[in-house]
Design a protein around this ligand. Sequence first.
Ligand code: NAD
Length: 542
Amino acid sequence: MANSVFNVPYPVNEPVLSYAANSSEREEVLATYSALFNQTIEVPMRIGNQDVKTGITDTLQPPHDHQHKIGYYHKAEKKQINEAIEAALSARKKWSQMEWTSRAAIFLRAAELIAGPYRAKINAATMLAQSKTIHQAEIDAACELIDFLRFNVYFMQEIYENQPESSPGIWNRISYRPLEGFVYAISPFNFTAIAGNLSAAVAMMGNTVVWKPSDHQIYSAKVIMEVFREAGLPDGVINMVFGDPVMITDTVLESPDFSGIHFTGSTDIFKGIWAKIGANIHNYKTYPRIVGETGGKDFIVAHPSASPKEVATGIVRGAFEFQGQKCSAASRVYLPKSLAQDVIDFVKQDLNGLSMGSPADFENFVTAVIHKGSFDRLVHAIEQVKKDSDAEILIGGTYDDSKGYFIEPTVVLTTNPKYFTMEKELFGPLVTLYVYEDADWKKTLTLVDQTSEYALTGAVFSNDRYALEEAFQALENSAGNFYINDKPTGAVVGQQPFGGARASGTNDKAGSAANLMRWVSPRLIKETFIPASDYRYPFLES
Ligand code: NAD
């Protein structure tokens, strides 16, 4: 029985390894990649204490080599989803009553496993499943997931320490109860770290979870589950299911014990789920917590005082790393006429030097987009631009899906600030530039604010402090993560808590105490040491 107030280790961000030529980490990850690439794995679901194989399967293949099979996974029918809900509800009591320090220890151990023995495997799995270069895999699957786990454990302690004032003769306390019921986590394909965090953040606070990863991240989701289990996560706390997202979601939302959703993915899907929760509201035992981080149409706006080279670097890194498939990726850029040509020339120079291909070849900066649906959406957009008179392709615009889903990094120039590629999330390596008259800086800020339904990330480049102030004020509600003289991507846990508003999400800031607070229901306890024994107050005296 613990009778002390313990402190968890102070979190520090996991250092990013370089994978430079001849480094040991480079050799290890390449050997692991090659071993995984040359085998076919079977991925069962994990429900309670069972590896569940239904025999209804689908194949897994790397997006950069879509004819090559690396595994197959089992899909659920309604029966298995109900079993996953049951498993979560059965595990709840013991898990929620476990000492919080033991829960902390499990997730801290998971962080250490990823930092050490599982680092090469989770990175190689992410390179294979999601076609990330080693650098993109390292900052996501290794470092960001480790950071989520370490920092969230620390924030959990801060939450528990947060206690109300007491007055003489009275002791006020708050206990941070897990939610009653179970929580549903739905994760996107694009970040292994998000996939791990959506269930871990909820479970850490004492809840049990049904987790549905994206069909396009299952290969690395399997490694996350291996890590959690090796770290000592008890059976039934996180139940991982695969299959038809609509069937799974409808089954989960039918349960009266559904107590919350932790979603990351696209806006329309989230709105649809929200509407279903609303339609079911009378069936639930408690008001479900609804947390969703969704799409973006992230901007870079340059003031005439900006450095063209810095703006160009922000565009190249912000728009094309991981093929533009970050929710924070820059996809619309506003350039003043006086700088536009210089910026375009620098971007051209950079893109000429970029190579594209398999992530196993470390010279490649860009690899494939995630799947055929994404490839087709981008091809359609590129072909539309070629036809339209108010836009043109400045750089790129080619594509090839004969081996993998490759789209060349593409820069579009438009004369129409409301052109569809300035408004619509395309989620790929395509960025659109709009050139404004230098004198129209203020009008342009209004345009930036009003062009898209999203408000996730945005960046302003300027060396004029008054202009920065203007942008800061005019764009107050245009981005939940606002960058000054930096690219709009690359948020680090513990340093830049992440999330946007408007159609970009509920802005509960992943990797912060604000997010963890959504997974508890505080109970206030007031204890009076000497209770009152007379109902009359002094004012009642005549
Ligand atoms: P997606 O919306 O296609 O899928 C997300 C998850 O929802 C997957 O698990 C998918 O299987 C599931 N899903 C799909 N249809 C569903 C339905 N009808 N009902 C219930 N679940 C359903 O998104 P994606 O392509 O995996 O990821 C890209 C999207 O995620 C982009 O819009 C991106 O901006 C967004 N994203 C946002 C953030 C953020 O923090 N704001 C972070 C990462 C990704």
